[in-house]
Design a protein around this ligand. Structure first.
Ligand code: PRP
Ligand code: MG
Ligand code: MN
Length: 186
């Protein structure tokens, strides 16, 4: 494996660990949606971009009209805690009415972001609405949001890599790592 970034305290999940888990989720989705007519996967930018791109490649639904869309929102800004205020920076391009929708998120921390998205997209009358989340911080949850597909339950540490940032950095790392405390605590 290539060098670990010096600001990473430890690797929680290697690129291989992630690949295996994402493939399992892809198989579950393939099985659950084999009778679906229209499936829209909605990636929540920016954090979900890597998970989204790997997940869609592990879905195999030749009889379904599979489409992708993206929404950009922000709740964290440049801090390490969710502000609870969800800002829509870019809305969907497509109409999801009558379609089966899966929201693809990188992480649930407080749950405020995903809860807000489920309410918002639910109001647009999809045929079904579910969520696929790579990481869940079980002890951080403030609002109970139903997640159909979960990659890993993780401890309350600051995670970076595989799309996840701290102040916009480290998204490019191919693994999920714990950020050294001295990098965000003063
Ligand atoms: C992060 C993460 C989730 C959300 C989770 O996004 O990608 O979308 O926060 O936090 P919550 O469960 O406490 O609401 P962020 O706002 O940092 O934007 P980003 O995806 O562009 O990094
Ligand atoms: Mg995000
Ligand atoms: Mn972020």
């Amino acid at each position: 494996m290539s060098e670990i970034h010096p600001n990473v305290k430890r690797v929680l999940y290697s690129a291989d660990d992630i690949k295996n888990r994402v493939q399992e989720i892809g198989k579950q989705i393939t099985n659950d949606y084999k009778d679906s007519k229209d499936l829209v996967l909605i990636g929540i930018l920016k954090g979900s971009f890597m998970f989204m791109s790997d997940l869609v490649r592990s879905i195999n639904l030749p009889k379904t009209n599979v489409t992708l869309d993206f929404m950009a929102i922000s709740s964290y800004g440049h801090s390490t805690n969710s502000s609870g205020v969800v800002r829509i920076l870019m809305d969907l391009k497509s109409n999801i009415e009558g379609k089966d929708v899966i929201i693809v998120e990188d992480i649930i921390d407080s749950g405020l972001t995903l809860n807000h998205l489920v309410e918002l997209l639910g109001s647009r009358k999809p045929n079904s609405l579910h969520t696929a989340v790579l990481l869940r911080k079980k002890d951080g949850i403030k609002i109970d949001v139903p997640c159909r597909y979960i990659g890993f339950d993780i401890p309350m540490v600051f995670i970076i890599g595989y799309g996840l940032d701290f102040a916009e950095n480290y998204r490019e790392l191919p693994y999920l790592g714990e950020l050294r405390e001295e990098c965000y605590k003063k």
